[in-house]
Structure formats: C-alpha cells, structure tokens
Design a binder for this molecule. Structure first.
Ligand SMILES: NC(=O)c1ccc[n+]([C@@H]2O[C@H](COP(=O)([O-])OP(=O)(O)OC[C@H]3O[C@@H](n4cnc5c(N)ncnc54)[C@H](O)[C@@H]3O)[C@@H](O)[C@H]2O)c1
Length: 352
C-alpha cells in the first residue's frame, strides 16, 4: 500500500491537496498539522467517520486518512530518532513515502508578513527539518510550495511592474533579487535546498510559486472571501487596505491543484514554476467584481495606514504553457462567483 505525506494538511492548500489525493488515488494519506491555523479534518472532509488510534485519528469508511495533530518538526524528529516509530506505535508499515507535500508553514497574510516577520522566519526551521528528512528517507516524489513572494520586489513597484517570469530568479546562474521580507527569503532558501535535494541526493522534487490562491472553502481571514462577504452584506463605503490600486494575480485553488499534480509528473530536478492566471487585478477591480454580483456600486474608502505589500505582482505563464502545456481554466469572474455564492449561503445560514 502506498502512503503519501501531507504537512499543513488542514490549511487551505493542504486540505485541497488531501481532497485531491482522495479523489485521484486509492492510497493512504498521513496528514500532519498542529492546527495553529488549520481546522480539524472533521470540518472539511465529506466523510468524517472517525476512529481513534491512541493519539491519532483515522478518517473515512475506508480508513485511509491518518491525522497526526502535532508540530511537523516533532513528527519528523520522531521519525528520524526511531525510523520504525509509525509501525511500532500505530501498526503503519511504511518502507518509503510515495509523495510528500510540504504545506506546514506560518503564512498569515500581509498583516503577519509585515507585522511579525520574525514569526514567519520560523518557516526556516520547519523547512530545514523537512529537507533534512527527505534527504535521508527519500520519498518517491516531493512537492515544495515556494511563493511569488520569492520574486525581486523591485520588479513589482508602481513604475516598474512586469509579469514575473521563472527566469527572473536564477539560482544556478546567480541572479537573485531582494525577495518579499522573511517570507520571501524562506521560500528562496527552500528553492535552493530543493535544487540541492535533487542534485546531491537524487530526490524527485518540484517547486511551485503560486500567486494569490483563492477558493470558496477559504477562511474569512483571507482577503478574497472577506471582500466577498462584505459585498454580500452590501458594505458602503467599501473599505480597502492601502490605496486599493495595488494588484495581484488571483488564481483559483482548483487550477493550482491541477497544475501542481501535473508538475509533479513532469518536473523532477527542483525547478520552480509559476502558478497564476497571468492577469493583474487591482483590489479596487476585485471589489467591483463582487459588488456587481451584489448589484450595487459603493463608494471606495482606502485605509492607507494598513499594510499593502508590493504594488503589482503577477505572473508570466508562458514557461508553464511551453513546458507543461498547461493553462489556467477558471476565469476571474467564474472563480469569484463561486466565492460569492458561498458568502451568500454563509450569510443565509447565519454562519458568520
Ligand atoms: N495560499 C496561497 O495562495 C499560497 C501562495 C503561495 C504559497 N503558498 C504556500 O503554500 C503553503 C500552504 O499555504 P496555505 O495558504 O495553505 O496556508 P495555511 O496557513 O492555510 O496552512 C498552513 C497550515 O500549516 C499548519 N502549520 C503551521 N505551522 C505548523 C507546524 N509547525 N507543524 C504543523 N503544522 C503547522 C497550520 O495550522 C495550517 O493548517 C505555504 O507554504 C505557503 O507559503 C500558498
């Protein structure tokens, strides 16, 4: 039996990956999350049948989802100290993990990235443990989520913004710029370690640089569902962080998943690829999309003391199209409509 490993499995990208693995395979999945941000699997799994096995939980009627609520570093330390720990303690005989997806990280959005950069720097310690572990245990394939935050910030200013290409970061050719704070530095370091993992340890690994991923199952602390909810409530004046002219590349999580799984099949040498829509949308334009759904035209109220990050961050998707033959399928309007419909449902059910 194959076992996949998903760290940060209860966060936004992690839980979507688990759902995809359930759909795409019949394999077993080890999920690790300390629930510092993510929510318990019973809140997002369709089949939340649960069975306890000592301090872990097994989900689903077919019992192929194993949930370890713990710090991922502790999980890896236990595996390193006692390689047969999972078999001895839980009867899980895993000679070698199949796919290892590493989503455990302190992310937290703009307020956290700017407001508590040292907390975000802890990602270096989570990633260091992960890369050490893969070098020793050699899972069949590894997915490392980097981020568009790894790109040089001087390419994202109001006057100089360009569509960001993978070649704008060239670790092998020594072309690096200044990434976005500690968050971006961590991702850049992760990409460097991924290259070393492939080259020096023979690991099959791919890095992805998702731009602004969003989805209808995202928590209201994320900007897209929060804006959708405020539009559903017909907020007027409509508050926006910064001037609202800053732009991002919004990409639906289903597209992220689609591209990620394809990339794992096709890339093995640590190469990093963009996952974006290739389009720049300002926050004001995003608000207009939602308020159009809601059928009103509010006054925009900029909150200029709030953090707004770089001015314009968007992807050039031509390398992905060329290398993987992949293009995003979900338009901004379609994806945002899905988020808006969920906001309306949440409002009606009083779940906000
Ligand atoms: N969401 C996006 O659009 C996006 C874009 C670029 C990159 N990424 C990257 O993808 C990864 C996942 O992002 P996300 O949006 O799902 O974030 P998230 O905050 O929703 O999920 C992270 C999960 O990790 C868990 N976690 C944190 N520290 C942990 C630890 N020490 N041990 C165990 N679990 C821990 C949290 O509880 C949470 O469930 C991150 O590395 C992030 O940088 C995401």
């Amino acid at each position: 039996m194959k076992f996949h490993l998903v760290s940060g499995a209860c966060g936004f990208v992690g839980c979507n990956t688990v759902k995809q693995l359930l759909k795409r395979t019949n394999d077993s999945i080890i999920m690790v999350d300390d629930l510092s941000v993510g929510t318990h699997p019973s809140t997002w799994l369709k089949d939340s049948t649960t069975k306890k096995l000592k301090d872990i939980e097994i989900f689903g009627k077919d019992e192929r989802l194993f949930f370890f609520k713990m710090d991922f570093r502790k999980f890896l330390n236990k595996l390193q100290d006692e390689p047969n720990w999972l078999e001895k303690e839980y009867g899980l005989k895993i000679e070698r993990f199949a796919d290892a997806f590493h989503f455990a990280a302190i992310v937290g959005g703009r307020a956290k990235i700017e407001g508590d950069p040292m907390a975000v720097a802890l990602d270096l310690s989570i990633d260091a443990e992960f890369f050490n572990w893969i070098a020793k245990s050699k899972p069949e394939r590894v997915l490392y989520p980097s981020s568009s935050a790894a790109y040089p910030i001087n390419m994202q200013t109001e006057s100089d913004a360009v569509a960001l290409k993978e070649s704008d970061i060239n670790i092998d050719g020594f072309t690096l710029g200044m990434p976005d704070l500690t968050y971006g530095w961590t991702k850049m370091t992760g990409e460097f370690l991924a290259k070393i993992a492939a080259k020096n340890y023979g690991i099959s690994i791919v890095c992805i640089r998702p731009f602004s991923g969003y989805g209808e199952d995202q928590d209201l602390s994320y900007p897209v569902p929060a804006i959708a909810m405020r539009a559903a409530k017909k907020e007027n004046p409509f508050e926006v962080w910064g001037t609202g002219k800053q732009g991002r590349d919004f990409v639906h999580i289903d597209d992220v998943m689609d591209c990620m799984f394809l990339a794992m099949d096709k890339i093995h040498d640590g190469t990093a690829i963009n996952i974006g829509s290739g389009k720049l949308t300002s926050f004001i334009d995003l608000i207009k999309v939602f308020t159009k759904f809601a059928g009103y035209d509010p006054q925009i109220k900029p909150l200029i003391d709030k953090p707004m990050g770089v001015h314009s961050r968007y992807s050039d998707m031509s390398f992905v199209k060329e290398k993987l033959g992949w293009q995003p399928k979900i338009s901004l309007e379609e994806g945002m409509k899905r988020v808006y419909d969920v906001a309306i449902e949440r409002l009606k059910s009083g779940k906000v």
